[in-house]
Design a protein around this ligand. Sequence first.
Ligand SMILES: Cc1cc2nc3c(=O)[nH]c(=O)nc-3n(C[C@H](O)[C@H](O)[C@H](O)COP(=O)(O)O)c2cc1C
Ligand code: SF4
Length: 491
Amino acid sequence: MRTRHEIPAARWPSREEVAASRLYSPIRIGPIEARTRTWVPAMVPWRSTEDGHVTRDVLDWYGRFAEGRPGVLVVEATGIRDVPSGPLLRIGHDRFLPGLRELTRVVRERSSGATRLFIQTIDFLRIRRRPEKARFVREFLALRPVHRERASALPGCAHLLDADEQAFREALLALPHAALLGLLDEREVEALERGARERVSDVHLPHVAALPRVLPGLFADAAERARAAGFDGVELHYAHAYTMASFLSRLNERPDGYGGSREGRLRLPLEVFQAVRARVGEGFAVGCRLLGDEVIAGGSRIADAAYYATELARAGMDFVSTSKGGKFEDAKQPRVGEAAYPYTGPSGHECMPTVFADGPGPIGRNLPLSHAIRDAIRAAGLETPVIGAGGLNSFEIAEGALEHGDCDIVAAARQSLADPDWWRKLELGRGAEIRRCLYTNYCEGLDQRHKQVTCQLWDRDFAQADAHGRDGALARSRDGKRRLVAPPWGP
Ligand SMILES: Cc1cc2nc3c(=O)[nH]c(=O)nc-3n(C[C@H](O)[C@H](O)[C@H](O)COP(=O)(O)O)c2cc1C
Ligand code: SF4
């Protein structure tokens, strides 16, 4: 039962209380030290060029987060392949290096060197837009003998057994929808109703079969570029709906030793990590983001996640950042011409929980997962820091999470989007000035439509120039109606 939850009122601490807190104490993350245990996790803002380069808007976006001086800032999921992927950042070739170098320079400058900068590296498989039915039947459906057998068994359709191909396709198109669906197998129904989506277990596809051979090198190349660009570390994206998370999923039934059992499912994520480590050495932080629970039928649960996290930590990962859900399997049916979006179903809601939640509401909702993962890592005698996320929005919640052993570092995505200065305001004892996230996901709706992500709470007064003298008029979204960065604030 979903109900609307209130965001609990917060008690804001004094500067002295913050200075003595766990949250604002340093922490070692492999070879580096973060000044505080505060973290802005990856968030895709749709700001790069169509071919994946850093733009002025990308620099402004991360520069603005840097001004809040979090201990760690993670740059959005960035593609490791040299293939077109729309306005999502890419790191799959050396030509992306100058832009990424500029990004690390800007973050250092605007955080006065206080923020450590990581980049999340991602691989994803192909997903097609939902096709028009006529196009699917006339062009995309690969006809098989079983289609004819089933169609010809329908009343009055015996002639379809040996109708020519074009006539057969037209006859399929003329069938009632339910009858057409009855002729198709599960994947064909999915291709028609939602758009075809590749799985890691599609080993009949040569490029999918080759993933274990190809991905370690691609992730290692990307990490080497990240180091060359001046990042402090990489976060391997092993979470949500993407390739590496699909290897870790209980749904991964690959028959080639890279699926089918816990050990098999973990094999490629371990090999990717080992290749990355071998390339960048011990002096560069390497960690991952993984799911505490996939929240889909037949998917991985916390016991799987605790095992994966412990083994990755044992192999030498420098941090484990946790998330939940965000899968394609339960995503809503997209409209014709659009692709499924993995944050629209129940698992998507668990990934970015809103105030319209069942049970305990969004605040700290996913901490039991990071807690269990941390316990498992500690039980193995390892000190690897674990990052918790999900509705962490006040000093007391954050400090409590550290005190109770829920995590070692507190990540806040939407609260940092609503007010990038919130970490700094806390540190300065000015918590009362914090703009608090509403957790109603206006921002996520923009992401879903591939629009430039902004927050509904940002002031719409375009007359204000930003802190760097940039004319407010320049910093508007393409529709001209929204600020592209949070309004300026100065202590
Ligand atoms: C607009 C938007 C984009 C996101 N993009 C990413 C991403 O690129 N990689 C990722 O691991 N998580 C992504 N997330 C998920 C967040 O990192 C975070 O896990 C989630 O929002 C829950 O934390 P919160 O309650 O503090 O917002 C995104 C979230 C939002 C709102
Ligand atoms: S748009 Fe809404 S959910 Fe997103 S950061 Fe702003 S207040 Fe929070």
